[in-house]
Design a protein around this ligand. Sequence first.
Ligand SMILES: Nc1ncnc2c1ncn2[C@@H]1O[C@H](COP(=O)(O)OP(=O)(O)OP(=O)(O)O)[C@@H](O)[C@H]1O
Length: 347
Amino acid sequence: MLSLAGVTVRFGDRKAPRTALDAVDLEVAEHEIVCVLGPSGSGKSTLLRVVAGLQELSGGRVLLDGADQAGVPVHRRGVGLMFQDHQLFPQRDVGGNVAFGLRMRGVSRDEQARRVEELLDLVGLPGAGRRAVSALSGGEQQRVALARALAPRPRLLMLDEPLGQLDRSLRERLVAELRGLFGRLGTTVLAVTHDQGEAFALADRVVVMRDGRVAQSGTPLEVWQRPASAFVARFLGFENVVPATVAGSVADTPWGRVPVPAGSSQGAVTLLVRPGGVRVSAGSGEPGALRCVVAARTFRGSRVGVSLRAGEALLEAECEVGGAPREGEVVGVTFAEDEVVVLPPSR
Ligand SMILES: Nc1ncnc2c1ncn2[C@@H]1O[C@H](COP(=O)(O)OP(=O)(O)OP(=O)(O)O)[C@@H](O)[C@H]1O
């Protein structure tokens, strides 16, 4: 449905151009939910603005249903937009806000009223049409903004940090609701967020951006299991990412020798060890185990994050609440090869 080919956006003058998007290729299929993820300044919002027609291209093409969108104005693209600060009209009531796009399209009053009711039911605010938007909570306002964006039945719905302002528990609940809602409606969605939890919970596919380029694209599981680079791994929150040299089935690392999966690339690499692959045992552990001291512990609900120090090298492990070693304790560490991922050397 949506196709970006070599999309480039440069800001600034010729002498000091700033490349916000650098030859980006991206496809979004009908009914697919794609979340674009990346640090601040990586080009996420610019990407949405380009698709919406709010930002001119310096190069490349944007196609919707195969049609080049060059010169097609925002309101003719058939895309719905919901931005970070959801910009509801404060002087209109909830119904007036939701009906906005329908009124602009000359939909009859009866039809408007019917659609508004239907959409408010859909987003979990039945009968709220007459309420003042200023009297709604942040989460309720977000739902109204969503209903407004969905009202004209856009072929593509674009969300910019849709749940950015909300607290964590509400965000988690709304993400699950949104995914269910989009599934039922068959909405095609392109969303951007800097929160990987949100992206992974919402998306069929995540696209990780770095400096205006696509660093990786894949299903949440693919990206989580096989980050394409040290950058993606660190961005996802993995901390055990180090330079290493692989020879045969063993990598030489700052933590000593670590087994790697069969068929791994040889020579200079970056090594990722997921915390689950760091096996901690009391005392010095079995012969050949790496001796570490517990530097800190962090409770994470049912698990405990354990920060270990082996000489200069740091290592993050995860233990059951019951069996987690105490701060200052000496432990032995071995590595589980199936939680080790060999990545290209860092640039
Ligand atoms: N109108 C503009 N003029 C000049 N530079 C801009 C403009 N808009 C964006 N940029 C620059 O382009 C780059 C990408 O910005 P963009 O807003 O797309 O990033 P982002 O990933 O959405 O960031 P954030 O998560 O902070 O919103 C940044 O370096 C930004 O400073």
